[in-house]
Structure formats: C-alpha cells, structure tokens
Design a protein. Sequence first.
Length: 208
Amino acid sequence: MIPPVSSNPRTDVFATWYWCATTAERVVRIVLAGLRFCIDNDLLTGHVYWVSAVAVTPDGQRAVSASDDQTLKVWELASGRELGTLTGHANAVNAVAVTPDGQCAVSASLNELKVWELGSGCELRTLTGHSGRVTAVAMTPDGQRAVSASDDNTVKLWDLETGEVLATFTCDSAAPCCAFCDGGKLIVAGDAGGHIHFLRLEEPKAKG
C-alpha cells in the first residue's frame, strides 16, 4: 500500500510514514524535495502503532501525525523534536488537517472529529454527528469550516467555531475521501461505489 502523503506547496516539504523493520517502530519520514534532489531529512519516532495520516503546517515548520495508537503528535521539522502529544480520542485516529494559519488541527476518529490548539495541545471541541468511522477531513482556506467523509455514507460540513453541522450529503456508499476547491466553495468527495461528487456551497439568501 502507498503511504499517505502530506505536502506543502510553499516550502516543498513532504511527509509520509512507513514501518521500520530494524527498530520495529512506526515512524514519520520527512522529505525535503526540490527540482533536482530529494533528501531524507529525519525519521520521527514516537508512535507505538500504525501512523495513518500526517499534515504539514503552511509555514513548513511543523507536522502533525495521526495514529492507530489513539494519539496525534506535533513535530518540529527542523530538529525532528516532538513538541507534544494530543490525547483524547478513544479510538484510532484516521485523518488530520491543519488550519491555514497553522494554529489548529482537526482530527478524525470513530464517529467523531476533534479540534485542537497546536500551541498548547488543548482540545477545543468535539464534533459529533457521524454514525461510522470518519475517514477523511479537509479545511476551507479561511479555516472556519471543515468537511468530513465517513463510512456511514455521508459527507458533512462543519462550523469549526460552534461545532455545528451546517450540511450533510448522503452518498450511495461509504465515503473515504473529501477535499475543498474553488476557494472553499466546492466540495469534492469520492465514494466506495466509484463515484466522485461535486457539491457546490451556497450562502443562505438574505430574507427580503
């Protein structure tokens, strides 16, 4: 299986994970990529089980990894130092996304998402509404909303400030992936039936 990869187009920092047979640990590999070279910069060890996803902050200075050990870890990429561990999920953490300002992260687990403040490691709120495993999460460019995809066949749009579900779209089968495009006005989601859905977001019309 090809490992999940997170990239930062501004800094050419790529992050992925793999299984290290020599140390029997789950590690995150940070790669600095340029047009003419690709150098392994560091191996970040600390998770005790499968690393399922990783995201890089927009400034390219930190990475956040999600693991089946029910935790997330924040890493300083320049030194490889672990800055903190985010605990609170009771099940495997399947996905993670970072806000555009690099201050917060949203993680996905079994039927819930959590919003974290990366600097303090504090859990800000829990987003509930899914009835199955949440497999993916993405953030709008303004960092105010997130979209999640789930095995419960739904894609949900969230207000990150209030934790409210703003909209729910039901697919014909499990939804393993989702993303924003067009400045956060369009959601693209895939389902297990081989369909790709394009969901246009429209602001409520003012009452006249």
